[in-house]
Design a binder for this molecule. Structure first.
Ligand code: ADP
Length: 270
């Protein structure tokens, strides 16, 4: 068996608040100890990124987070030669850096990235745990502390943007969803500073709006949007204006659907 990674001493910075839904913290730590890569599945804004930064802090590991997009290629992760004062120097990308320093590399929304990214992560996600760098003719062996974490949102109805089974099967996976009402109220109150009794109707509205996913809406209201909405109210904006700006406008561009959602909001948040 490979060497066991050691937890480094935590730094002075506070560990970001994360309220677990189940045993995901234990699962993360066990996967890290056994040097297994991790896949987080779930809708946008439900706490995946927060979970990873919380765990990185808890385990005392450096974290490189990359938000993947359709122009992101393997070289953006591994690194490139750059011209500097007449010289050509190699600059590590975030994945190479995480491998060299033994940290966590988190690739958020990996399905958005170009296809060559899957090729680069393959030898890191089996027992070889290596990163071949063709351009510098190096083959880096990941230290025990290194961990690859990726996320994607299986809810998007786009056949072209889904993770290939051959890639999916290289990861231990955790499914994320929005938290039950009481826990979500507690989080939104803690993050925004708005009292729980004023947050409760916003969360009730979010649950109603989430039920419309797949009918009139592609995506439901995220916990992130609830935090935005509660923060606006806490800063003095009227609940109606905050709900319109943070919970309804971002959900759809269809004017009729927006009007219907706003009517629903008025009924729920009187
Ligand atoms: P994702 O990565 O899934 O898109 P984030 O991790 O960015 O979502 O979550 C969005 C926001 O929601 C966070 O910044 C945090 O304020 C809040 N949040 C969601 N879930 C949790 C949780 N379980 N514990 C603490 N905060 C949470």
């Amino acid at each position: 068996m490979n060497a066991i990674p050691q937890i480094k001493t935590a730094t002075a910075e506070a560990t970001p608040l994360y309220v677990p839904a189940g045993n995901e913290c234990e699962l993360f730590e066990t996967a890290w100890r056994r040097q297994l890569p991790l896949l987080l599945k779930g809708p946008t804004g439900c706490g995946k990124t927060r979970f990873v930064s919380h765990m990185a802090k808890r385990l005392g590991l450096p974290l490189s987070t990359v938000s993947c997009h359709d122009d992101l290629a393997a070289a953006d992760l591994t690194g490139r030669f750059l011209l500097k004062g007449g010289d050509t120097i190699w600059v590590d990308g975030p994945l190479t850096r995480a491998v060299r320093e033994g940290g966590i590399c988190y690739l958020d929304e990996i399905v958005e990235a170009r296809k060559d990214v899957a090729v680069v992560i393959h030898p890191l996600t089996d027992d070889r745990r290596i990163l071949p760098l063709e351009r510098t003719a190096e083959v880096l062996e990941a230290p025990p502390e290194f961990m690859l974490v990726v996320s994607y949102n299986p809810g998007y109805q786009n056949i072209l943007k889904t993770l290939k089974p051959s890639t999916k099967q290289r990861f231990v996976a955790i499914e994320f969803d929005f938290l039950p009402k009481d826990q979500e109220i507690a989080i939104v109150a803690a993050e925004s500073g708005l009292e729980e009794r004023r947050v409760a109707p916003l969360v009730a509205l979010a649950h109603r709006l989430r039920a419309l996913k797949g009918h009139d809406l592609e995506e439901g209201v995220s916990t992130r949007l609830l935090v935005y909405c509660a923060s606006l109210i806490e800063s003095g904006l009227s609940p109606r204006d905050a709900i319109r700006a943070a919970l309804i406008e971002p959900l759809t561009d269809d004017a009729d659907v927006r009007a219907a959602l706003f009517e629903l909001a008025k009924a729920v948040v009187a």
